[in-house]
Design a protein around this ligand. Sequence first.
Ligand code: ZN
Length: 591
Amino acid sequence: MLHASGSFKHGIIAAATLLAAVISFPSKPSALAERLDYAPPNAPARPQLAVLLVVDQMRADYVEKFRGQWAGGLKRLVQEGAWFREAAYPYAATETCVGHATISTGTFPAIHGMVMNEWWDRDSQKEVACTQDPKAKNIGYADATVKGGNSAANMLIPAFSDELKFQSGSGTRIVTFSLKARAAITLAGRLGDAVTWYDPSTGAWVTSSAYPFAPFVENYVKAHPVSLDYGKTWTPLLPGSSYLYNPTAFKAVPPEGFGSAFPHTLHGKPNSTAADSLFYGQWEVSPYADTYLAKMADDAVDRLDLGKRGGTDFLGISFSSVDYVGHAFGPRSWEIQDILARLDRDLGELFAHLDKKVGRGNYIVVLTADHGVAPIPEDMLNAGMDAGWTMTEELKSSISKTLETLDYPKTALASVVGSNIYFAPGIYERLKSDPKAIGAVTDAIKKVRGVDRVYQAEQLDRDTVMQNAVQKEEANSFFKTRSGDLLVVFKPYWPSDDSAPGEPRSEGTTHGTLYYYDRHVPVLFMGFGIQPGEYFDAITPADIAPTLASLCGVTLASPDGHPLTALLVRSEPTHSATKSITAKTTKSPDR
Ligand SMILES: [Zn+2]
């Protein structure tokens, strides 16, 4: 029908003609009867439940360092699962919203559009959060009053769970939990049935008008208010000799009310006797929040009969506390090691619950992280290595001063968000037509401590520009209307500090760069259809959604991610005659 040289258009016309023929001449009764004579093959085996776990800020090396101390769910993932040791995000914007959207959509931020946790909105001339949506209204469970509105409206590609529900027709339920709206929402996409996050100022659990109100969540949070953890003290779980580092993390910035070493008591403000706003914030930086999320997931499995109603259900949990603990105490801390040992226990209980309710082997689990983290810069410096903080305030003032000397208005610089520089409307166009001016601005930026190089927006178009390795990673998380006019690349171990002038830094360390410590994350699959083992292929977390899609029989757009064929086991054919096929041993494509 199609000649080798035949055009795509001709192919479409031919296909349309054929389709029209099929539609205009319905099968005769005899043909229909003949069709029904065929015993339809049994529905192919699918996982009954897909569980996607994200541990916010979990570096890949934590698995290698700490797995000897694990006895629960993390250990089981390593022992029974497929462990991808060299998974990394191939882009620079290693932040929570970005990573979760990449995991859930199987695309990079240049495609899904969630380029940062917050970006500068050129229309409103305001900073907006990635899930902020003026059309949505947040709703607090248990009669809590909450502000704002969040949805997945800014995510430009459907989540895997959206496609699962959309393509399965019916019978798929989508449930996600996290402390962070940007995690719960990006994992769920637009078709979530229960999408729940936490408000640290009030201790409330929240959803929005973009999703159904879930009575089971309402009942759960009424029966289990977070305030029940008031007054608890977080102490080390393991014997002291098990911890790798100093009990006091060097230059940690613990949350208000916590010291820089164990124990940490969640008592809120000094004079408080009951849960207050400070307690609700401290709770986020403790293992009790992980336990809560895992128990809430258990309850969802029970109340909604997840994995027991014919289709494939989806449960997504993003554990946020490792991120908060990592920002405060850094990767070389007792606190990070301890919270992972405790998460291991929580996950062990979650998997035991799933074994009982859904059945071992009937569900698939994936665990990954949205990004890694840099060491505390002062800790590096103290050990004699080059490190420091790149001060946003310094970037702002040096750009503004340069613009002023070039007779640009005082308001010419609109905003600096992390490594993204935004100019006021019309200013960047003016700068571009004035090579001396743009040169002066980029020179000024390059003189700021911690800056390695600067790119102009035009240099990061991944479709048209020849790119070096660094540019490519910047381009993978560049989205023209949302990213800056200029993109700054910091030096390794020089993360961004955006604290206001004169204010103390609010965190010990952070992430958000193209360096491997920020990009390298664990990826572990376990359960249905998985060939266990250690894999060293260089994969990206964008491969997770296409792999789940392959197992669940749905098709994604996924221009960036690919199914990890090496780990997939072919199931027994459900019709007779054919012999059983053993595990595939093909290698996944090198990327
Ligand atoms: Zn973070």
